[in-house]
Design a protein around this ligand. Structure first.
Ligand SMILES: Cc1cc2nc3c(=O)[nH]c(=O)nc-3n(C[C@H](O)[C@H](O)[C@H](O)COP(=O)(O)OP(=O)(O)OC[C@H]3O[C@@H](n4cnc5c(N)ncnc54)[C@H](O)[C@@H]3O)c2cc1C
Ligand SMILES: NC(=O)c1ccc[n+]([C@@H]2O[C@H](COP(=O)([O-])OP(=O)(O)OC[C@H]3O[C@@H](n4cnc5c(N)ncnc54)[C@H](O)[C@@H]3O)[C@@H](O)[C@H]2O)c1
Length: 443
């Protein structure tokens, strides 16, 4: 759309006969819609007020999947309208290069057609990495794509991989009442996050009954008729009704016939690009998950806009940095900027200001009292250096601080939160509380 608005003639190609990409069909949208539905059930079951209405109630995985499908359908319809309104031509078929400026589309009916373009953007995304020794065709063995075909609530599930996907699905199945074992090949959950926030997540998942095992690697995953057995290098054997692999993703480059344009993907199927999304082959660009980090829909949107800005020469181009993280576990996590670990290693004299959700009126009213907002700021200049939030609506709350942190010069100061009046009672008020808490430490 950014390209057509800048005067380019644009065609979009996708294998799937519906727009939206994996983000809409198998990634962000279904997982967030599932998570929201499950969170609502948890709130209903937890809140004593609803016991006047009825006893606790549970929804099945199939029921929450139905609500997710409705959101997916809305997204598809909305995106299809955007393409039509902006006169972006859509082609459905699997694309591969045949010449530097020619792409062949293999169509669902077995026919093929060739598209020619001055510039080409590879935005083929990613898919779950599948170790060859695991039989993903087994009806009880899933990855983050196929978990969306599960049609009952398992009594127990083992999730292997405690990255973002593993932690989010652990929250979803735990919220549905399934017994969840979360197997982490690493040392801690979400190791790239602030330690205190990662500890808070472990504490809350464990408190809700999730069994977390760190530093474990799989030896085998064996599927039987009515169960799956996971064997770990430590000798442990874990039996479950359903097994979900949530460890890593691979860029979708294997079908692109990259040899035809002398491009090469790395071992994870990803393409290397420079700041302007140029691949090294003139006129071929890449953006989104296929270029690897940060592999977020939020970043992919901006990268897509930017790459069309580069091509059209007069469209929007922005170097994308300071990307926030929003992780939709229950409770939610969000962060932007530096962690304490990074600031300590860089010998930056920082201070910490904290506000616990339980001490805010808004959280007491909503009952969402688990959580903390943590501000890291320079003790001399008071500039905000990092924001880390754990708790309900963390992904929204974060953006208030991000707006201040992105100001230039003296505009970026923790004092903003003391010099402006905040609506009361709001979760935004946590910024005022955290700023006071932090500035009180300065002497
Ligand atoms: C379970 C899960 C949850 C997530 N949650 C979040 C979240 O909460 N927030 C967030 O920011 N990000 C999240 N992500 C990441 C986010 O979904 C991705 O970063 C985003 O989808 C990347 O967009 P993309 O356009 O690069 O590629 P994709 O969304 O992967 O789309 C690529 C498209 O290219 C098509 N394609 C591939 N090969 C070809 C070919 N040869 N010819 C034609 N078409 C082809 C595919 O069919 C697909 O439609 C999540 C991901 C997963 C898996
Ligand atoms: N809320 C969100 O922002 C959100 C939610 C879900 C997923 N995502 C995105 O989806 C991606 C996938 O997440 P994940 O949970 O699978 O964890 P991950 O990408 O962190 O990977 C987990 C582990 O698998 C390894 N690995 C990754 N790709 C591999 C490959 N191709 N081959 C072998 N090993 C590989 C990694 O080194 C890591 O140790 C992340 O990049 C994340 O940004 C984001």
């Amino acid at each position: 759309m950014n390209g057509t608005k800048a005067g380019l003639k644009v065609a979009v190609v996708d294998t799937r006969p519906k727009v939206g990409g994996n983000c809409t069909h198998q990634g962000t949208i279904p997982s967030k819609a599932l998570r929201h539905a499950v969170h609502q059930v948890m709130q209903y079951n937890r809140n004593p007020m609803f016991r006047y209405v009825s006893e606790q109630k549970w929804l099945s995985y199939s029921q929450v999947r139905e609500t997710a499908q409705k959101v997916i359908d809305k997204q598809i319809a909305m995106r299809a309208r955007f393409y039509a309104r902006n006169r972006v031509d859509l082609f459905f078929g699997t694309a591969k290069f045949i010449q530097p400026h020619e792409v062949q589309l293999d169509l669902p009916d077995g026919q093929s057609e060739v598209l020619t373009a001055k510039d080409i953007v590879i935005a083929t995304g990613s898919r779950p990495y599948r170790p060859p020794e695991i039989d993903f065709s087994h009806p009880r063995i899933f990855d983050s794509d196929t978990i969306l075909t599960l049609n009952h609530t398992p009594r127990n599930i083992v999730i292997y991989g405690a990255g973002v996907i593993g932690c989010e699905y652990a929250s979803i199945f735990n919220g549905l009442g399934a017994k969840v074992d979360l197997i982490n090949p690493g040392e801690r959950l979400l190791a790239f996050m602030d330690d205190e926030i990662s500890d808070a997540l472990s504490y809350h998942l464990r408190g809700n009954g999730v069994l977390i095992r760190h530093n474990e690697s799989f030896v085998s995953v064996e599927g039987a008729d009515d169960h799956v057995v996971l064997t770990l290098e430590s000798g442990k054997r874990i039996k479950c009704e359903a097994f979900m692999w949530a460890n890593g993703r691979t860029g979708n480059t294997d079908q692109l016939n990259l040899d035809a344009v002398e491009l090469k993907a790395n071992g994870r199927g990803q393409l290397e690009v420079n700041e302007r999304y140029e691949t090294g082959v003139e006129h071929i660009y890449a953006a989104g998950d296929v270029i690897g980090w940060p592999s977020l829909a939020s970043a992919a949107y901006d990268q897509g806009r930017s790459v069309s800005g580069v091509i059209s020469e007069n469209g929007t181009y922005r170097k994308i940095n300071d990307i926030p993280t929003g992780i939709y576990t229950i409770p939610e996590i969000s962060s932007v900027g530096k962690t304490e670990r990074e600031l300590t290693a860089a010998k930056v004299p920082y201070e910490v200001g904290k506000a616990y959700f339980k001490d805010t009126a808004r959280a007491q009213i909503t009952g969402e009292e688990a959580g903390v907002l943590k501000l890291l700021f320079h003790r001399e200049t008071t500039e905000l250096l990092g924001i880390h939030c754990f708790g309900d609506q963390a992904a929204e709350i974060l953006h208030i601080g991000q707006a201040i942190m992105s100001q230039k010069g003296e505009g970026n100061s923790i004092r903003y939160f003391l010099e402006h009046t905040f609506n009361y009672p709001t979760m935004a008020e946590a910024y005022r509380v955290a700023a006071l808490n932090g500035l009180n430490r300065i002497f």
